[in-house]
Design a protein around this ligand. Structure first.
Ligand code: DQA
Length: 155
């Protein structure tokens, strides 16, 4: 039977990702955040999935937005936690507290970079992780998250 309950996905970006397009383009590419979000929004809309978008440079604001997502009944989160990937117990705890399923994405291949980027505070509790494909990491992450939620969401 066809499902008629629309999925709601929150796309989250951590610190310095508002600088995409300007910031180290050799690592992060030339697309800015609006362009990345627009593409994700279109892909999601084509799959009848609702999206909302949030970028912040402050850890606590990201935590607050995850709590808000729980209140709003968000089904899944696509997150590039940026530098907080490697440090944030608070974001990890917010995701655990809300039990919202999420996919972690990175533009760069963090494993080809400095050793402090090799550890993620989130990967072991994520549905999956996609890194190293530039903005395509977000596209792949969104596709994977939608497929997962469509297969598992209770109607
Ligand atoms: C990043 C990788 C992080 O190590 C870094 O701090 C970022 C971006 C990425 O998308 O490749 O800000 O998450």
């Amino acid at each position: 039977m066809a499902r008629d309950i629309a999925l709601n996905i929150l796309v989250m970006h951590g610190p310095n990702l508002n600088m995409l397009g300007v910031r180290e383009p050799n690592l992060y590419g030339l697309l800015n955040l609006d362009a990345i979000n627009s593409k994700l929004q279109k892909t999601a809309a084509d799959a009848s999935v609702n999206t909302s978008f949030f970028q912040h440079n402050v850890e606590g604001e990201l935590v607050n937005r995850i709590h808000q997502a729980y209140q709003d009944g968000v089904d899944g989160i696509l997150i590039n936690p940026a530098a907080y990937t490697h440090t944030s117990i608070a974001i990890r705890d917010a995701l655990l507290a809300t039990s919202i399923e999420f996919v972690e994405v990175h533009l760069s291949n963090v494993y080809q970079r400095e050793s402090f980027r090799h550890h993620s505070m989130l990967s072991d509790i994520a549905l999956g992780v996609i890194a190293g494909f530039g903005s395509t990491s977000y596209d792949l992450g969104l596709q994977a998250l939608i497929l997962h939620l469509q297969q598992h969401k209770k109607t």
